[in-house]
Design a protein around this ligand. Structure first.
Ligand SMILES: Nc1ncnc2c1ncn2[C@@H]1O[C@H](COP(=O)(O)OP(=O)(O)OP(=O)(O)O)[C@@H](O)[C@H]1O
Ligand SMILES: [Mg+2]
Length: 408
């Protein structure tokens, strides 16, 4: 090793040290980063009084040991369903323990839990029942839970967030079981359910009995207006940032961008956080519009990267085919190129029909655009092109060992 590499090593260390030093030295921007995290529950939730009142009214009987109606909460993403529910239930839990009423609150996010069994494991652990991580059938796990509830006379409030995931992926058998459980539970024990969903169509997929039991009460969350988003962000910015570290115009821009499609507070808070991080990284002392604009790009890139990375294999091959095409190819020419890649990889190709539906999915994810264009006497065909940034798509594809073999 020569002198050059020593120098190089020193430079590396200097760079790394200076990054760490920056983080350790007091931030120009942040007073408290935690308040911008997704799990953070604000002390003051604005514009949701109606929903909070309803949840409080419906669940209040719990305080005197009565089973409340099951509740279904729904509304588009980022409308405050999770945060409002957690806020009210936390208060309820405090009051219940003040008056010496023992309630069990279980919360699970169906998407994170990802299997029906894991959802039951969550419920069981709230009740101090140890279920093995694998090995039991769903019905065995379920009957152990019910047995304990019965024997120990437990009163359980079970919140299932993103409940639509259950219906989409497992036919919701445990949902059926859960809604029926009370038939076999003698007083005072019960399971009361709170379901949260941002997908309305999931109701159509439920069998009528489960549905009518689950939505004994229904609470709707409407999207925020841009003005409401502004106020939510202003309040959050006061907690998150040093005084004068953000100008009002940057806040308004976050609100406007997050309200463009539907008033999505998650997107608004994400924009604020990423803009602040970008400002801090470049050593700025004020978050301005430029940082918000860069934040939208950076969030979009993350989204494209994640969406690409988690596609099934054949969708990845199709996407790669599209990313290499020069003009706007038709479905037919995508298909023949795709088939060649399959051959090279030694895997069996799907039918053209399946590829058509993959193209629709990629379109829905916003990765490609595939409008149908009339070609006069030749009929109609799709003209396909990539709309996501090609570099980001390729980066996402390269995460896959199989696809990496055909890239380059
Ligand atoms: N009224 C509000 N006041 C303050 N912050 C809010 C309000 N509504 C939502 N937020 C914030 O916006 C973000 C998204 O809210 P939340 O997670 O409750 O959305 P959601 O309706 O559950 O969305 P999804 O359906 O995608 O899960 C959170 O960071 C939350 O703290
Ligand atoms: Mg939520």
């Amino acid at each position: 090793m020569g002198e050059g590499s020593d120098l190089n090593a020193k430079q590396n260390n200097d760079i790394i040290d200076s990054i760490f030093n920056n983080t350790l030295s007091k931030s120009n921007i942040f007073k408290d980063r935690n308040v911008l995290r997704n799990e953070y529950i604000p002390d003051n939730i604005q514009f949701r009084n109606a929903q909070m009142t309803s949840i409080a009214q419906i669940t209040a009987p719990l305080l005197i040991g009565h089973k409340p109606s099951n509740i279904l909460l729904y509304g588009k993403t980022g409308t405050g369903k999770t945060v409002v529910t957690k806020f009210v239930l936390k208060r309820l839990q405090e009051r219940a323990s003040n008056v010496g009423n023992q309630l069990d609150f279980a919360y699970v996010n169906a998407r994170n839990a990802s299997t029906e069994y894991r959802i039951l494991v969550e419920l069981a652990s709230t009740l101090n029942i140890q279920l093995p991580f694998t090995g039991l059938s769903i019905s065995e796990a379920f009957s152990r839970i019910l047995q304990t509830i019965k024997e120990k006379k437990r009163m359980v409030v079970f919140t299932i967030d993103e409940i639509d995931f259950l219906v989409r992926n497992f036919e919701a058998n445990i949902l059926y079981e859960l809604t029926r459980a009370n038939e076999n539970l003698p007083a005072p024990s019960f399971i009361s359910l709170i379901g949260i969903s941002n997908d309305l169509q999931f109701k159509e997929a439920l069998d009528p009995r489960t549905l009518s039991s689950l939505n004994e009460e229904e609470i709707v969350f409407t999207p925020y207006t841009v003005e409401e988003l502004q106020q939510i962000l202003t309040q959050r910015a006061k907690l998150a940032f040093n005084e004068n570290a953000i100008n009002q115009s940057a806040i308004n821009l976050c609100a406007a961008l997050a309200g463009a499609e539907h008033g999505d507070a998650r997107r608004a808070v994400d924009l604020l956080r990423v803009a602040a991080e970008l400002a801090e990284r470049e050593g700025a002392s004020i978050i301005e519009d430029v940082h918000v604009r860069s934040a939208t790009k950076s969030i979009e890139q993350d989204r494209v990267f994640e969406a690409t990375r988690s596609l099934p294999l054949h969708a990845k091959i199709v996407l790669y085919t599209i990313s290499r095409a020069n003009e706007w190819p038709s479905t037919g020419s995508i298909y023949s190129q795709y088939s060649q890649f399959c051959k090279r990889l030694g895997i069996e190709q799907l039918t053209q029909r399946r590829i058509s539906s993959i193209l629709n999915e990629l379109d829905t994810f916003g990765l490609i655009s595939a409008p149908v264009i009339s070609q006069g006497r030749l009929g109609r065909s799709k003209k396909i092109h990539l709309i996501a940034l090609v570099d980001t798509v390729i980066a996402g594809l390269k995460e896959d060992n199989v696809i990496r073999q055909i890239i380059n």
